[in-house]
Every structure is written in C-alpha cells, then in structure tokens.
Ligand binder design. Structure first.
Ligand code: FE2
Ligand code: FE2
Length: 254
C-alpha cells in the first residue's frame, strides 16, 4: 500500500493563487479585434472549461466521505476542491469580463454558452461525473472507479487536451491575451498535481487488468470529446500521455 498523500497537501498550499488579481485589461482590449474563427475557437474552449471546472468543483465533494478513513486524503481532496472552485471562477471571470457573456451568475452564463459545447463533453461532465459521484456517495468502495473517471479521464485526458489547445490557440492569435494565458498556465500547474494525486490513488488500489483496460478505452474515447475545437494531433498526443500514465501506475498488459 503506497501512502504519503500529505505531500500533495503541502504542494497545494505552496501553489495557491488568486484569480481576481490576474490583469485582464489587455485581453478585454484584444477581444473585439479577434477574427471570427479565433473568436469561435477561444470562446468554445472557454465554454467547455466553464462547464468542466464547475462540474468537477461540485462533484469532488462526494469523494470526501468515501476517503474518510484517511485524514490526509480528505485534506488533499479539500485542497483540490478549493483549486477547482478557483478554476471555475477564473474561467467565469474571463467569459464575463473579456468575452462579455451576459448572465447574473455562472449558471446563467453557462446556459448562454451551451450551444458552443459538444454533446460528448456535456455528457461527460453533466451525466457521467454526477452519476459516479452519486454512486461513490452511496458506496464508498466506488472511490477508485470515481478517481479513475475524474482524475485519469476527465482531468488527465479531457481537460488536459483542452488546456493545451487553449494555450496553443492563444499563442497563434492575431492579438495577445496575456491574462487568459497566465490564468490558463496557473490552472495547468494545479492540474498536474491533481492528476499526480489521482494516479497515486489508482496505484494504491487493487485495480485489476480489465478495469485498467476500461480506463484506457474510455480515455481514448474521451480524448475526442471537444469535437472540432481540438486537432487530431493534439488528440493523439493526449491519448499517448494517457497510455503512458496508466502504464506508469501499473497497467500490466503492455
Ligand atoms: Fe480544475
Ligand atoms: Fe483539477
């Protein structure tokens, strides 16, 4: 049994940042000058993050009761939930202040953006994740399966693919959006330890080969969830990363 989740709590503490202090002035200025294609690409990715981060922030709380026999693990899950809530607030701030998406709150703005999000992405975050979060709340033995979906697939594949695509897109724009870029990098930094923590949970559990194979298959399928917003090259890259990660946590059929 591998333990040592405390390291992740310390890491989380040292990486705290405040989404309200990121300067979006240049981004607001740049937004009106985006080409139509750039506008659709950036707003589509931001829309996906608003849904994804809001969903992960909401449903991670169900994992804590299942981990209650391990105080360190609970502490890490709480730290992670705090990160996810910050990520959701950051993306909401960008769509509100930079893109000018109307709405009184995050949920209303997500509704405005919903048409830009692929049905596959919505299904993962609004059906599959809530379902597994509900099952882990009822049956604590489901924790490993829930971490498999949340940390290995949604974070390790889907969100990672979106994050790289957004950074890549921002780099290639006809204008600069430095505040959005900065926030995206900080989110990515947090996500690295979240995925590292999830990998550790999977590694510590007795995951049998067919569960691992299922994680592999689901991950490969989920890599395409963003639809046209992500290139085939990026999808292939994230699939490869997923395979390597599963291999490193003990997949046996290689
Ligand atoms: Fe996040
Ligand atoms: Fe995360």
């Amino acid at each position: 049994m591998i333990t040592g989740y405390g390291h992740f709590a310390q890491l989380a503490e040292s990486l705290q940042w405040d989404e309200t202090t990121i300067d979006l002035t240049a981004d607001i200025e740049a937004w009106g000058k985006l080409e139509q294609e750039e506008y659709d690409q950036v707003l589509g990715l931001l829309a996906g993050f608003c849904v994804g981060e809001t969903s992960v922030a909401t449903h991670l709380t169900s994992f804590q009761a299942a981990a209650s026999t391990d105080d360190r693990m609970v502490e890490v899950l709480q730290a992670q939930a705090r990160d996810e809530a910050r990520h959701a607030r950051f993306f909401d701030r960008v769509v509100r202040e930079v893109a000018g998406v109307p709405g009184n709150n995050m949920a209303e703005r997500i509704d405005v953006l919903r048409d830009r999000i692929s049905p596959d992405l919505l299904e993962l975050f609004e059906e599959k994740l809530p379902a597994i979060a509900a099952s882990v709340a009822d049956d604590h033995s489901q924790l490993t399966a829930a971490v498999g979906l949340y940390h290995m697939i949604l974070e390790g594949v889907v969100l990672t693919a979106g994050q790289h695509a957004l950074l890549q897109t921002l780099k290639g724009l006809s204008v600069q959006m430095p505040g959005t870029h900065k926030g995206m990098e900080l989110v990515l930094r947090d996500e690295r330890w979240h995925i590292g923590f999830g990998s550790r949970v999977i590694q510590s559990a007795d995951v049998v080969d067919d569960q691992m194979e299922e994680l592999l298959t689901q991950g490969v399928k989920a890599a395409s969830a963003w639809g046209d917003l992500i290139s085939q090259d990026d999808i292939a890259q994230v699939e490869h990363l997923h395979q390597r990660r599963l291999k490193s946590v003990g997949i046996k059929f290689w």
